[in-house]
Design a protein around this ligand. Structure first.
Ligand code: ATP
Ligand code: MG
Length: 322
């Protein structure tokens, strides 16, 4: 097992209240696997990915749960272990490239740092020329033209698409084993979204990386991943091989999510699912989807559904299947 998340709870606290976001999330992946995570906005996808690198914001709290990466217990690890993992094992493409890039440093400085620390953590002290060589190759990998100008630019001087590519390049340097891609195309022009996703797909395959892809583009998740998880309001609703999930969704939420997704072919913009996510300050006791579920029964409002194993490739957390 490469990554094993069990019973993960993440809360965000503010002065007045606590938001109970992740509510016992599980996720398992083996080496070489590509895993998708889908779910409406606000369901906790970014929170989950950040937990893996232990880079959650200051106001977060993890009251329960374990995250095992290989044999490392991430939540119990010290900074040195975590730094080494972040430098050479797990790379993350952030949803917002501006938040990931430091606005006051040139691309060159940021890219060089990532390369330098990665090589240092592998026990190799690189020369300036070596670092530059690596940087140029990294820019090539993500098909960024005009290397010199890009390297000498500050992030704000680049177009959104160029920034995204710089960030992908940086993430890939650190992703020796596992790439976490959080909506890698949200901030870029629709016309090149596809191109960027294909690029990521190709690089992941070429390098034999494992990957987690979070995306609203269900078509892409379908094409690029082997297995998928459906997250709703901080709970895993369903997990299955991607083919099975899309062809035979079992959880009512999954079915609604898939059927309400915009379909380009029919120019249907999608209506979304009726209702909205619960308030994380006082989330529903039982199934968090119950208030919106067309099939909700009495017990759905009081008892949290257990994980039900349907077959070796399919798990659903819903009282309809218990
Ligand atoms: N630092 C924070 N402080 C308080 N609440 C937060 C913080 N970060 C996230 N949240 C809340 O946690 C919930 C889950 O957020 P998260 O960003 O993980 O969702 P997401 O599934 O990634 O959504 P999206 O699809 O829009 O990216 C949201 O209600 C969000 O407002
Ligand atoms: Mg997010």
């Amino acid at each position: 097992m490469l990554l094993e998340i069990e019973d993960l709870h993440v809360h965000y606290k503010s002065y007045w209240y606590v938001q109970k976001v992740l509510n016992g999330v599980w996720l398992r992946m083996s080496e070489g696997e590509r895993v998708g995570i889908i779910g409406e906005t606000g369901s906790g996808k970014t929170t989950l990915l950040k937990s893996v690198l232990k880079i959650l914001p200051q106001n977060s709290l993890i009251p329960r749960g374990t995250i095992k990466y290989k044999d490392v217990d991430i939540l119990k690890s010290g900074e040195a272990t975590l730094a080494s993992i972040r430098r050479k094992e797990i790379g993350m493409i952030f949803q917002d490239p501006m938040a990931a890039l430091n606005p006051v440093f040139k691309v060159k400085d940021q890219l060089h740092d990532v390369i330098k620390y990665k090589l240092l953590s592998e026990g190799h002290n690189p020369s300036k020329e070596e670092i530059r060589g690596h940087a140029l190759r990294a820019l090539d990998d993500v098909k960024l033209p005009d290397h010199d100008r890009v390297l000498e630019s500050y992030p704000f001087q680049l177009s959104g698409g160029m920034r995204q590519r710089v960030m992908i390049a940086m993430a890939l340097i650190s992703a020796g084993k596992l790439l976490l891609a959080d909506e890698p195309t949200t901030n870029i022009d629709v016309t090149i979204q596809d191109q960027i996703l294909r690029l990521i797909d190709r690089l992941v395959k070429e390098r034999g990386l494992s990957a987690i892809l979070v995306s609203h583009a269900l078509g892409m998740v379908r094409q690029m991943t082997d297995r998928s998880y459906v997250l709703y309001a901080g709970d895993v609703m369903e997990e299955a091989s991607t083919d099975e999930l899309f062809n035979h969704p079992m959880h009512p939420y999954t079915s609604l999510l898939i059927s309400s997704a915009p379909k380009i072919s029919t120019r249907d913009i999608g209506e979304g699912i009726r209702g909205k996510l619960p308030d994380y300050r006082s989330p529903p006791q039982g199934c968090r989807f119950a208030p919106r579920c067309p099939y909700a029964m009495e017990k759905c409002y009081t008892v949290k559904p257990k994980r039900t194993i349907v077959n070796s490739a399919h798990i659903v957390a819903c009282h309809l299947y218990e």
